[in-house]
Each structure stands twice: as C-alpha cells, then as structure tokens.
Design a protein around this ligand. Structure first.
Ligand code: SAM
Length: 279
C-alpha cells in the first residue's frame, strides 16, 4: 500500500536540488543529436497545481522554490531551472510546479523516448493526463527498478535515468542501491541520478559505501541540508548521486550549491559536494 504523495512536497528544498540537477543534465544531454532514452523509475503525478488542496496543507514550496522565484542574482544553473518552471506559469505568478516527468517531456526532442513508472493508481492516472498524447512516451504501472532493467541497454546507447523513490520502508535504501548497481552493469556508460533524503544519516553512509565498493566509476554527490542531522525532525537534507554526470555539472554546482543551501536554510544549512568515485 503506497501512502506517499509527492503533491505534499512539490517544489520543496529537495525538489529544488533534484530538479535543478535534472534540468542541467537534460540540457547537456540534448546537445548531441543522437536519440536519448529517458527513464524515470518513480515518476509521481507529473505536475502539481499549487491552488489545489494538497500542497496548501504543507506549503513546502514556500521554503523551497518560492525563496528563489523572484531573485535576480541566481547562479546560471538555478536561473535556468527557475526559468524552465516559469515556462509552466503565467508571468511571475507561481501557481504550478512541474515534476520530473513534465520537465523531461519539455526538455526532450522528437528523437528521444521517455519511460515513466508510477505505481500509485491515482498518481498514475494523473501522470497520464498531465503528459497528454505524446507518442514518444510510455507510462507504466510497474515497479520502476524492475522496469528499468528491461530498458537497458538502450538501442542508441544513450540513457538518462532518474531514480527518485519515496523510501517508505527502510529496506528501500539498500534495495535501490542494489538495483542501481545491477542497472549500471547492464549499461555502464549511462547517466544515472539517484535522489536520497537524509532522515537517518547512517542509511546514507551505507548507501555511499555500497556504491564506492560496487566498482562503478565516476560518481559525484551533491547534498544540501536545511538543518543539522537529527533522527527526530524528518528530512533535514537531501542529495543527488550522479553516475557519469555531465562534465559541466561539477563547476556549476560549486557556485549553485552553497547559495542554494544558504537561501533555503536561512544561513543554517550545510552542503557536501564530493567526487565519490573518480572517473
Ligand atoms: N520523480 C517525481 C518528481 O521528481 O516529480 C517524484 C516522485 S515521488 C518522490 C516517488 C513516487 O514513486 C511516488 O509517486 C510513489 O507513488 C511512486 N512509487 C513508489 N514505489 C514505486 C515503485 N516501486 N515503482 C514505481 N513507482 C513507485
């Protein structure tokens, strides 16, 4: 039984990090003409109206994207992310937040193919509605990590995989890493982006160790936290682990990550940028 609904969290500090890295990576990978296979293993509902009842309950976007929305001093990676989201909104009002599927649909080309997995029946239906009739896209109601294995390697040998689970049970942390390692072995030159929440630091340390031991090369990690680690306050930080990242990402994040963290945490946050495994 799935209880997580991304609508409660859309546009929060974790989405800002996740989606700004995603937008940069999509832009980068679209520079080569060859077709790209985009796989989103945990897609969510596609997009989120900020006027609907769910996000209002938590208003997480108020401490997330809304803090950056009108700034005139954003570094390029964050400015590009904010501008892509502005494209879904009228002028400067922020009334709609596109999730990863709509971002990928918008930033992909006619030759690309997109695969979205979503198991929650309501979000699956909403996702299909949000994406409309787009012949490049398949929306699947199967387990995303199993579905991913069947999609690799891609025929044109280019793939971007976003792995963004809801981590509803503790075992998810281990399972997702094992499945990611398996997927990488099927296609070692693919770009894989794994999102993680820091709720219990030990679980993330274990994830990192498993990846370092896995034999996978070229892994970068970007983390932004709004409060010190704590087992009592839910998610205090989140991160993106990127295998075979765009070579441009590291430098862009060196500028963006400290600012993003400062702005979203009122100066009380922390960040990490690591080359977890060398090229
Ligand atoms: N990637 C989305 C975005 O960035 O806009 C948000 C995804 S949300 C964090 C995780 C989603 O995964 C939820 O909608 C949940 O219903 C779905 N989910 C949970 N377990 C799944 C599974 N095994 N396979 C596919 N989807 C799953």
């Amino acid at each position: 039984m799935l209880s997580y609904r991304h609508a409660f969290h859309a546009g929060n500090f974790a989405d800002v990090l996740k989606h700004s890295v995603l937008v940069h990576t999509l832009d980068y990978m679209a520079q080569k003409d060859k077709s790209l296979r985009i796989v989103d293993t945990h897609a969510g509902a596609g997009g989120y109206s900020l006027d609907s009842r769910q996000p209002i309950k938590n208003r997480e976007i108020d401490n997330g994207l809304r803090q950056l929305w009108l700034r005139t001093d954003l570094p390029p990676l964050l400015e590009r992310y904010r501008d892509v989201i502005r494209g879904f909104n009228k002028q400067q009002a922020l009334s709609f937040y596109p999730g990863s599927p709509l971002l990928a649909q918008t930033l992909s080309r006619p030759q690309d193919r997109l695969y979205f997995h979503e198991l929650h029946s309501t979000d699956h239906r909403l996702l299909k509605e949000a994406l409309g009739n787009d012949k490049r896209i398949k929306v699947l109601d199967e387990d995303g990590m199993k579905g991913l294995q069947a999609l690799l390697p891609p025929p044109d040998r280019r793939a971007l995989v976003l792995i963004d689970p809801s981590y509803e049970i503790k075992k998810d942390y281990q399972d997702v890493v094992q499945q990611l390692i398996k997927a990488w072995r099927r296609f070692p030159t693919g770009t894989f982006a794994l999102w993680y929440p820091v709720v219990t630091r030990q679980r993330i340390d274990e994830m990192e160790r498993a990846l370092v031991r896995s034999g996978i090369k070229n892994i970068q990690l970007f983390e932004s936290g709004i409060a010190p680690d704590s087992e009592e306050h839910g998610m205090t930080a989140s991160g993106m682990i990127v295998i075979n990242p765009p070579w441009t990402l590291w430098k862009e994040m060196e500028t963006a990550l400290p600012l993003l963290t400062e702005w979203l945490s009122n100066g009380e946050g922390h960040f990490r940028q690591l080359q977890l495994v060398a090229e």
